[in-house]
Design a protein. Structure first.
Length: 174
């Protein structure tokens, strides 16, 4: 349905800009995601709320587009875990015992979500030096120092700092 701005205006999904923001953040609206979980696990909205650790009114607000996101990483982690397990054979088949087991496991879970990668793979000899040389050849020291300051306390900051002080590489002008 076109908005008041005419037939060429951007179409808003049901729920308006809040739902659009949900889709932008998560790829799907909370209505779609949570309804899929309720169908897969044969749950009421209130029971789903209890499993993931939200109040029933909060789940209702997410579904109706009154709220954009879940700010608790553990709650979001439970939703993601339910989505992952929804495709398991027992859940897909509607096995009540398997569904009950999955729901109990997810309810008891205290997941943590992180953007930090797992343990790094061992480096090949000379790999770090090669990266430092490459970075040093890409940008002048001032740019490398600014980039390092943007990610303080990280391995990348250390690498950029090394590249900023490397004087054995032909540097770009600037």
């Amino acid at each position: 349905m076109p908005t008041a701005d005419g037939p060429h205006a951007r179409l808003q999904p049901p729920g308006g800009p809040t739902v659009t923001r949900q889709v932008d953040l998560y790829g799907l609206s909370w209505s779609d995601r949570l309804h899929r979980l309720m169908a897969a696990y044969r749950l009421t909205q209130a029971r789903l709320a209890a499993v993931i650790g939200l109040s029933a009114p909060m789940v209702s607000q997410l579904i109706s587009g009154q709220r954009v996101k879940i700010s608790n990483p553990a709650v979001y982690g439970r939703v993601v875990r339910l989505e992952e397990l929804a495709g398991s054979p027992g859940v897909r088949a509607g096995d009540p015992a398997e569904i009950a087991r999955v729901l109990a496991d997810v309810t008891a879970a205290t997941p943590t979500l992180t953007t930090v990668a797992g343990p790094a793979e061992p480096r090949r000899p000379g790999e770090r030096e090669q990266a430092v040389r490459h970075l040093a050849g890409l940008a002048p020291p001032t740019v490398l120092r600014l980039a390092a300051a943007a990610v303080p306390g990280t391995d990348l900051a250390a690498l950029l700092g090394e590249a900023a002080t490397a004087d054995w590489v032909a540097r770009p002008r600037g």
